[in-house]
Design a protein around this ligand. Structure first.
Ligand code: NAD
Ligand code: DAU
Length: 384
């Protein structure tokens, strides 16, 4: 991305013109929110490795955020972490003034559907009020840039396919023109945030681009979500909880592919547009769980125990459980040239291997609060 205007606006009063070009080439900073969570931390690692310019990470480090996800870059001068809340307007304004980012990539959210059913309030606060706060502070910052800076600036709002609701088995996949029909408090809060992002482009012409992505999997995913939860339970010989009949379908995308898609949208996406991102990998939950069992059996054999498939336990369904998600990602492919690189089978194997090799990470995120959530969520479900 070219960042001339943004930087000129921010540094002109401080730096003489001679140094301006050098500084600009060294530091075209981006602000990432939620960068110590699953996708955000993968994105920062991907950004430092592939783009190499500076990143400021604003993250509250809730139960889902773990600064250790970024231990590989924590002493890299290009990376800095601000622990704070996206709902704190003064803090956000200060970060924008200090760092003059040329883009904001907004991941921070409450992200787990089951938690949104148990306690929706935090989802409204972070996903709706937080996104509004960020958009509004971004607008104030963006309005103060010169014309080049305004044109170069991007606000990438990272959202989900869940805003589109649920598909029947024969329905066409979600496209960018599918009507919104969110079904869980999480999905509704993300839908609200998408509408705010849209309004900031439409009303103020701030260059906002929104992405709606399908289910991610890969390293550093918090083990409340299906794939890491099943990997860890399978390893430990615990029951593998499958909601309902296990026939719900999700469209899986390896997290590094999501990161490259967001980068592509940041570089080439058209302001005011939305892009669906998906992996062309629809799988039934039960098939995902049995595949994990087979990979764990192979990579960590336990000859004295029955095959891990025997641990599969059908439990009470999630209320309002969406039956099927599927993404039509033809637009981002046709217009921006992005396609996923990873196949589901190879990505799943890499993911299982990562959890086997990273026991200390697993231990560090399984705190008392995590164990309380697991007890609450699964004790309330009856075995079917
Ligand atoms: P995550 O739960 O792993 O991480 C969320 C991060 O946001 C955490 O680090 C947390 O500390 C931070 N955070 C929460 N509230 C905050 C606040 N008020 N202020 C600052 N930081 C806060 O989530 P994820 O799975 O990495 O998802 C990231 C984004 O991608 C979310 O917006 C989610 O809706 C979207 N998304 C996720 C998926 C998926 O499959 N995981 C798919 C599509 C879209
Ligand atoms: O589609 C994108 C969304 O994918 C993101 O927006 C969300 O942030 C992310 O959490 C994910 O939502 P899901 O609800 O699809 O993911 P989860 O891993 O919680 O569940 C995947 C499927 O597995 C879903 O159909 C519910 C089911 N499930 C989940 C858990 C935790 C089970 O059968 N058993 C379980 O124990």
């Amino acid at each position: 991305m070219q960042a001339g205007g943004v930087w000129r606006s921010c540094i002109a009063p401080i730096w003489p013109e001679r140094m301006y070009t050098e500084i600009m080439s060294e530091r075209q900073k981006v602000l990432v929110t939620g960068g110590a969570g699953f996708i955000g931390s993968n994105f920062i690692l991907h950004w430092i490795a592939n783009v190499g310019t500076a990143v400021v990470n604003l993250d509250l480090l809730t139960y889902a955020g773990n600064a250790g996800n970024l231990s590989r870059v924590q002493s890299d001068a290009r990376y800095s972490l601000v622990r704070g809340d996206i709902c704190d307007a003064e803090l956000v304004a200060g970060i924008l003034r200090e760092h003059c980012p040329q883009a904001i990539i907004h991941f921070a959210a409450e992200s787990h559907v089951d938690r949104s059913i148990a306690a929706p309030g935090a989802f409204i606060q972070t996903n709706v009020v937080g996104t509004f706060t960020l958009l509004e502070q971004a607008r104030i910052y963006w309005s103060g840039l010169d014309e080049d800076g305004k044109r170069a600036f991007r606000f990438v709002h990272v959202s989900t396919d869940e805003v589109y609701g649920s598909l029947g088995l024969e329905d066409a996949a979600f496209s960018e023109s599918t009507a919104y029909a969110p079904n869980s408090p999480y999905a509704a809060s993300k839908a609200a945030s998408d509408h705010l992002a849209r309004a900031y482009f439409h009303t103020y012409k701030m260059p906002v681009v929104t992405t709606n992505c399908s289910n991610n999997y890969g390293p550093y995913q918090f083990p409340e979500k299906l794939i890491p939860l099943v990997i860890l339970n399978a390893l430990e010989g615990k029951p593998l909880p499958v909601y309902g009949d296990g026939q719900n379908v999700r469209d899986w995308l390896f997290v590094d592919d999501h990161c490259s898609a967001i980068r592509t949208v940041l570089e080439k996406g058209k302001p005011g547009e939305t892009y669906n991102i998906g992996g062309n990998s629809e799988r039934k939950n039960l098939d995902v769980v049995t595949s994990i069992c087979d990979i764990v059996d192979e990579l960590r054999p336990s000859p004295s125990s029955p095959p891990r498939r025997k641990l599969i336990t059908f439990v009470t369904d999630r209320p309002g459980h969406d039956r099927r998600y599927a993404i039509d990602a033809s637009r981002i492919s046709r217009e921006l040239g992005w396609v996923p690189a990873e196949r589901f089978e190879s990505g799943l194997r890499k993911t299982v291997a990562w959890y086997l090799e990273n026991e200390s990470w697993v231990e560090s995120v399984r705190t008392g609060a995590y164990m309380d959530w697991i007890r609450k969520n699964y004790q309330e479900r009856v075995t079917q």
